[in-house]
Design a protein around this ligand. Structure first.
Ligand code: ARG
Length: 500
């Protein structure tokens, strides 16, 4: 078609290429191409059902929209367009003539249209993302189950703190991802509402049926107030926030894998497929995928900060600024989805060096709390007093170059007489046992604790939880298939009407 369908009235003239590129959203609109075709069809079905446009015109439009869908985004957007809405409408008018194709945009604005498209496309992205998140949770679950007895140092301040197991450690990460899953499910509820029918900002005088388009498109309800409907982007902020938190969790686990891959830790070796090497140092095996995961989290934060800033001073209702918000959303969605797949893939085949963990845990006096607890239990000391005696004992052992397994009842008595005035009179056996990491872990059976049987139970609960989340996700996926079906049925009904 000759010229821009919007620039034949109030304003004229062709935009210079730079202005054209500056104002166009066509590149980011590839994310809403499919969604826009669905939204167009649902709108046209409703217009026909309400008697707002003729049945034959509506059906001709829907048929062409299907053809435009088959042309694909690249072909449809070959020449320059302000956005995908204009591109599709232009193709339609090219094919059907203005008297038919030009009826599609009756009782609608690009303002309600774009908000509907973003919500529709985002909903499907979230479902895909939840599937990838669930996969990561399953990987963590199965890697935990393999390592119920793998004793390792637990850290606070990156210093040996108390012994735990690798299973307990991985399960901790699993729980944070479970909360991410719930958070995104919750955000989904506010994403999946229909602004369509709000028009530019004040609805329309045509007798449209907003509930019908919402139903046809699989929305759970309306964004009712028309001014709110076209200007609200808090569903984007909420999604970006959820993604920023999820990215934080992915980055933390990535950071640990970087640390653990170092010679100093030696707790993990990433699969070669997830590592890179150096162009000069032939020996290098670098955990690049995990380093990039750390950095990509920052990009996701940047998108949230950018979107917040763009929205904070916007007066109601639609402002073109909103066009700059949407790409921040797609960038975060795409980035976090790839982070999820990469971290899952790396964790699936990372080799955990449990022997190195076992050796390390016996070196750092991470069992000292258990010895203090023993003094409380066997000698009735206040914990604070026991804390002082054992602290002095560790200090003495370190200055003599003794390892935890070389500490005995005699050394304990020597120190306790010096700092407390009395010996503890404990058998060497008892002292040694308290200082044995596996024993420390075994007695920590409190719910949420690291003992193998406690963690096994916790993992059983997580297994059931993952099953529940999987069912929930399945039901959301099925709801999506139903959208295509329902729309096709509505169109079929109109076709029958035409034949009759
Ligand atoms: N491309 C626009 C966007 O992404 C669509 C809405 C345009 N509306 C307008 N009044 N110019 O926001």
């Amino acid at each position: 078609m000759e010229g821009d369908i919007l620039r034949r009235g109030r304003i004229r003239g062709v935009k210079p290429p730079e202005v054209d590129r500056y104002t166009s959203s066509i590149e980011a609109d590839k994310w809403i191409f499919e969604a826009d075709l669905m939204v167009d069809k649902a709108h046209v079905v409703m217009l026909v059902e309400q008697g707002i446009i003729p049945l034959e015109d509506g059906l001709a439009i829907i048929e062409k929209l299907d053809e435009i869908g088959r042309m694909g985004y690249e072909e449809v957007t070959r020449s320059s367009f302000e956005d995908i809405h204009v591109a599709i409408e232009t193709r339609l008018i090219e094919a059907l003539g203005e008297d038919v194709g030009g009826r599609m945009h009756t009782a609608r604005s690009r303002n309600d249209e774009v908000a509907t498209c973003i919500r529709f496309a985002l909903r499907r992205q979230l479902i895909g993302l939840l599937g990838e998140l669930l996969e990561l949770m399953k990987v963590l679950h199965s890697r935990s189950l393999e390592h119920l007895d793998a004793i390792m140092p637990g850290y606070t301040h990156t210093q040996h703190a108390q012994p735990v197991t690798l299973a307990h450690h991985l399960n901790a990460h699993l729980d944070s991802f479970e909360r991410d899953f719930e958070r995104i499910l919750d955000a989904y509820k506010r994403v999946n509402l229909s602004p369509l029918g709000a028009g530019a900002l004040a609805t329309t005088g045509f007798p449209i049926n907003r509930f019908r388009t919402a139903e046809l498109l699989g929305f759970d309800g309306l964004v009712e107030n028309s001014m709110d409907a076209v200007s609200a982007r808090d569903f984007i902020l909420e999604t970006l926030s959820c993604l920023a938190i999820l990215a934080t969790h992915l980055s933390r686990i990535a950071e640990e894998l970087v640390l653990w891959s170092s010679l100093e830790f030696g707790y993990a070796e990433l699969p070669d497929e997830y590592s890179s090497t150096s162009s000069i140092m032939p020996q290098k095996k670098n955990p690049d995928t995990m380093e990039l995961t750390r950095a990509k989290a920052c990009r996701v934060y940047g998108n949230l900060a950018a979107a917040l800033s763009m929205l904070k001073a916007l007066p109601l209702t639609y402002n073109r600024d909103l066009q700059e918000v949407t790409p921040r959303l797609w960038d975060s969605v795409e980035t976090v989805r790839s982070m999820l797949r990469i971290v899952s893939g790396a964790l699936k085949n990372v080799e955990f060096k449990t022997e190195a963990m076992r050796i390390r845990v016996s070196e750092g006096f991470s069992t000292a709390t258990e010895l203090a607890d023993l003094l409380v239990r066997r000698r009735g000391l206040a914990f604070r007093t026991a804390h002082m005696i054992v602290g002095a004992l560790v200090s003495e052992a370190l200055s003599r170059g003794l390892k935890p397994e070389q500490v005995d009842g005699k050394l304990l008595d020597e120190v306790s007489v010096r700092v407390y005035g009395k010996p503890m009179n404990l058998a060497d056996e008892e002292v040694r046992e308290a200082l044995t990491p596996s024993k420390c872990v075994e007695v920590r059976k409190v719910v949420g604790g690291p003992s193998p049987e406690t963690v096994r139970e916790a993992l059983e609960h997580r297994r059931k939880l993952i099953e529940r989340l999987e069912k929930k996700l399945k039901s959301l996926e099925e709801k999506e298939y139903a959208v295509e079906r329902r729309l096709a049925e509505a169109v079929e009904k109109l076709r029958k009407q035409l034949r009759a």
